[in-house]
Ligand binder design. Structure first.
Ligand SMILES: C[S@@+](CC[C@H](N)C(=O)[O-])C[C@H]1O[C@@H](n2cnc3c(N)ncnc32)[C@H](O)[C@@H]1O
Length: 400
């Protein structure tokens, strides 16, 4: 594992400009000088091939042969063993409240629970469910033999929904409305056997693992997601090698890992492309009107701004960024430019997509090696197929 981590570190460092530079904000990418064949190859992709390559890295290999070797290296270095006890469909654990759970989430939960069995974890006793949402995983744990589950969740509505599901179906699952990053955990945590988290975003996974260590719990099993969430300017690395690797990652950079659109529905994908095009038009106008070379951070816009017409969106955006609005004649040209530039940004952005899985694997290996250095038995595994969720890596830790 350390060897894989070292090789991944070298890989990420060797190709650093390819994943660090964002075509969305940077018009002149420094890597273009080193890889002169890439830009023309990417920009010659038609719309259909571009969309297909965004969804499938294997297609990207054949569409842009100049990337095939780097993609192959990244794939090789990101191989993570499968958890024994992989989902077997109908033969999986039967969940009494399965009807309350969406299909993809069902598949994730079944695979996660089978994985716990495959890891040989005794499921009796008390478990903490971290960032529980409505507590579907926790009820599944009880179906598989846990005596009771303490579910921690920040959102009041989810806590209420979880409580009413537990009451309706008669589960020994106690919900606490709790911000796990800032609140003191409820006292029963000290007596728990283990802690599970399905898709605990960003720093919530780090907190899950440190809570397990702090309270000396026997087991932690976490499937991380949204790597950027709560990270701020710099992700804290866990392992000594990670800390000395010189791979500093801000929350903004970590967005790359989960920015993929593998599971985004076509309608959602179209919305995202339009949002990108309009933001690029706005950026061009901000640069022109202020006579500046650099990208100006736009921050979050309310979602409904993108259902307005383009002119109204530009007025709102300009007002937020304190620049005058463009004239109606100028607006049309800006809009067309944004559409053209969005295609370019997506095509050039394919280069970054090559590094998503390697970065994700690097972050999780760093966590696992850090846990091992602290004396725990720890592993990185995959627990389900990518079509159930692309966030299918799982960290297992056991106090010896
Ligand atoms: C991606 S969802 C996963 C929910 C659930 N585990 C599942 O897989 O269906 C992440 C959950 O973490 C909760 N959350 C986010 N920040 C939190 C915090 N600081 N403390 C507790 N829960 C938090 C969110 O409200 C959300 O329900």
């Amino acid at each position: 594992m350390s060897e894989q981590f070292g090789q991944l570190t070298n890989f990420l460092k060797e190709f650093e400009p390819l994943w660090r530079e964002r075509p969305f904000t940077t018009r002149n990418l420094r890597w273009e000088g080193h890889y002169p064949h890439l830009r023309p190859a990417l920009l010659s992709l038609d719309q259909e091939t571009l969309e297909a390559a965004e969804l499938d890295i294997e297609l990207l290999k054949s569409a842009v042969p100049g990337l095939a070797d780097i993609i192959g290296q990244g794939q090789e270095l990101s191989i993570v063993p499968r958890l024994a006890g992989q989902s077997k469909g109908d033969d999986g654990p039967s969940l009494r409240t399965i009807r309350e759970v969406k299909h993809r989430k069902q598949k994730q939960i079944v695979a996660f629970l089978e994985g716990l069995g495959g890891l040989g974890i005794p499921l009796g006793g008390t478990w903490i469910e971290w960032c529980a949402g409505k507590g579907h995983l926790g009820r599944g744990l009880i179906d598989c033999g846990a005596t009771n589950v303490i579910a921690l969740e920040r959102q009041k509505e989810l806590v209420q929904k979880g409580r009413s599901l537990a009451a309706k179906y008669g589960y020994n699952q106690m919900f606490f409305e709790s911000d796990v990053l800032h609140d003191t955990p409820p006292s029963p945590i000290a007596d728990a056997d283990g802690i599970v988290g399905l898709h605990a975003c960003g720093s919530l996974t780090d907190k899950l693992l440190s809570t397990m260590m702090h309270h000396d719990l026997q087991f932690a099993v976490a499937a991380p997601c949204c790597y950027h969430a709560g990270v701020g300017n710099q992700k804290k690395h866990w392992s000594s090698h990670g800390q000395s690797a010189g791979i500093n990652l801000s929350g903004e950079e970590l967005r790359l890992v989960t920015a993929e659109i593998v599971v985004a529905r076509p309608k959602l994908r179209r919305q995202r492309v339009q949002e990108m095009a309009w933001r690029l038009s706005l950026d061009r106008w901000v640069r022109e009107s202020g006579e500046i070379e650099e990208y100006t951070r736009q921050g979050k816009f309310p979602g409904h701004w993108f259902s307005w017409d383009f002119e109204t969106f530009m007025e709102a955006g300009c007002s937020k960024l304190h620049v005058p609005s463009p004239s109606p004649g100028k607006g049309k040209a800006l809009r067309e430019w944004g559409v053209m530039r969005a295609h370019e940004v997506r095509a050039l952005g394919l280069v970054r997509s090559v590094f998503r899985r390697p970065l994700e694997t690097w972050i999780n290996l760093d966590r696992v090696i850090g846990l091992q250095e602290a004396g725990l038995r720890a592993k990185l595994l995959t627990f389900c197929e990518r079509d159930s969720t692309p966030r299918n890596q799982l960290i297992f830790a056991e106090n010896r």
